[in-house]
Structure formats: structure tokens, C-alpha cells
Design a protein around this ligand. Sequence first.
Ligand SMILES: [Zn+2]
Length: 91
Amino acid sequence: MIIFFGIKKKNHLYDAYVVRECPKCGRETNHQLLLQKRAFTIFFLPLIPLGTKKYLVCTECKTPYKVKKFPSASEISRTPINHMPGEQPME
Ligand SMILES: [Zn+2]
């Protein structure tokens, strides 16, 4: 009998933005919050949750990078923030 198993990753990209300096492109840009849920699958059914990973995705160069926790709710905007370099993000 052949058993198909693997790891399934499910990404959820939120309409939530925060201004950060991107480690890849070096610019201060909007970053979108990405939550990735991982699960161990048998016959393509997710059976054992393996936890979640949190990422910020640069909206300019599209590079995701892992963060330990998402920014606080007061830092997050529902729409991309118009941000000029050197200017403090609006609250
Ligand atoms: Zn970038």
C-alpha cells in the first residue's frame, strides 16, 4: 500500500499594512501581513497542525520575511499608507 504524505502550507494575506524598512530593497515601504499555516497531511488531508509562521511582505519587491510577531494593532492600517521617506508613519 502506498501512503501519500507531506506538508501543506496555506497562506493568508491580510489587507493590513504597516510601514517598515525592507531588508531586501532597503526602502521604507508598505508591508502586508502574511500568515502561513502548516499541517502534516496524509492522503492530502491536513491531519496534524504544525503551527503558523508570520511574515511581512514588502509591497514593492514582494519579498516575504519572517517575523516573530505581527506589529501591534495601532501600527497597522487597513489600506496602504502613503509614506514619504524620512516621514513618520501616520497614526
Ligand atoms: Zn522591498
